[in-house]
Design a protein around this ligand. Structure first.
Ligand SMILES: Cc1cc2nc3c(=O)[nH]c(=O)nc-3n(C[C@H](O)[C@H](O)[C@H](O)COP(=O)(O)OP(=O)(O)OC[C@H]3O[C@@H](n4cnc5c(N)ncnc54)[C@H](O)[C@@H]3O)c2cc1C
Length: 339
């Protein structure tokens, strides 16, 4: 069991900034995210896109904003628990017990839900055999590419992930790229590279085809693919990779007894607490009259929620408002040495 002052659900920009706001007032935080990387929508959906409305940063990208936020919270040495979803929360005396999909357990007086639009989950194959082979031959992301060495792999999809992995894995495995359209959606350059590799005999391309069946008992032996004319081809296969993009699901958050308004969590704007004491919601996931789904609004919401967390984490201490420029304790926490 990991004890902390605040458990943050979501490592998007708003979850990252609230770590700093908590750290400044002496509160420890642990962060859990379903994705295997930090940055939420900024990293998952638009790492290279310019952002022009972050205060005092005339221009940044999703990636550079994430890097700067991480730099800003470095002094607080925060633990990130990635690749796991917060599944259950329950009250135990004065603390919340939080359990993740990897069975990590946290105990905290405060939970800050900065879960954006919910967890990003891969779109999956729609045929019935696919579930049986998930993580045993069928994968929707790659953590260790060496697992695919010398294997016969079918990669499905026409976007950047499918093209990038087809190019990368063609160096170590026997790759067939299957897409339901003749044209790929991914970057033009990647699309050209894939076609060049096909000409050189380094990978195979099958378009316009979709998956039709998967054959095998304990492991995949082969698949069949089908085109619009109904023509079927069989391909000996060890592994199947599906890259069809992500869907966003509120997921288990809907089962925690919180008031919900469509897919958002209503909060009061005094401290961003939900209908449950000690559970706060900030960023895209929260709603209140006038809410704007902008990063800068999430930063403000985090600043107020952090102060409210102090009351529950340090019930016997009085919170004092201070500026970083004049507060000795804040500067110590930031590791700033006085000249
Ligand atoms: C294409 C695009 C362009 C945009 N451009 C701008 C812009 O220019 N300026 C601007 O201000 N805003 C912009 N936005 C909006 C901005 O990205 C969001 O407002 C911001 O990402 C919200 O941050 P967040 O931290 O609240 O949530 P998110 O960034 O969505 O992060 C939430 C995180 O929570 C995780 N999570 C969810 N549920 C769970 C769970 N149960 N357990 C564990 N983890 C969970 C998710 O995996 C995710 O990583 C843009 C959005 C898009 C899609």
């Amino acid at each position: 069991m990991i004890k902390t002052d605040a458990l943050i659900i979501g490592a998007g920009p708003v979850g990252l900034f609230v770590v700093q706001q908590l750290g400044l007032i002496g509160l420890k935080a642990e962060v859990v995210d379903n994705l295997d990387k930090i940055g939420g929508q900024c990293i998952e959906l638009y790492p290279d896109k310019p952002i022009y409305d972050i205060p005092a940063l005339p221009e940044c990208t999703g990636e550079s904003l994430t890097e700067s936020l991480l730099e800003q919270i470095k002094p607080f040495k925060t633990n990130f628990h990635l690749g796991q979803r917060v599944e259950e929360i329950s009250k135990e005396k004065n603390n919340w017990k939080i359990v993740t999909s990897k069975k990590n357990i946290f105990s905290a007086p405060n939970i800050i839900i900065a879960a954006g639009v919910g967890s990003f989950e891969p779109r999956k194959f729609q045929i019935k055999e696919a579930e049986k082979f998930e993580n045993n031959g069928i994968f929707y992301s790659i953590k260790d590419k060496t697992l695919f060495k010398n294997k016969k792999i079918c990669i499905f999809g026409g976007g950047d992930s499918a093209l990038d992995w087809a190019i990368e894995l063609s160096k170590i495995a026997n790759v067939t790229l299957v897409h339901r359209r003749n044209e790929f959606r991914g970057a033009e350059h990647s699309s050209e590279v894939v076609k060049k590799l096909e000409k050189e005999g380094k990978l195979k391309i099958k378009t316009p085809f979709q998956i039709n069946s998967i054959e095998g008992n304990n492991k995949i032996n082969s698949i069949t693919i089908k085109n619009e004319k109904g023509e079927i081809e069989k391909i000996p296969t060890d592994c199947i990779l599906g890259f069809f993009g992500l869907i966003m699901k509120l997921g288990p958050i809907a089962e925690w007894g919180l008031n919900l308004d469509k897919k958002t969590i209503p909060v009061n704007t005094e401290n961003f607490q939900t209908n449950k004491e000690g559970i706060f919601a900030i960023g895209d996931i929260c709603s209140y009259p006038g809410k704007l789904k902008l990063i800068l609004c999430g930063f403000h919401e985090g600043a107020l929620a952090a102060r409210a967390c102090f009351k529950l984490a340090r019930p016997n201490e009085k919170y004092r408002f201070e500026f970083t420029t004049t507060s000795k304790s804040m500067q110590e926490r930031l590791g700033i040495k006085k000249k």
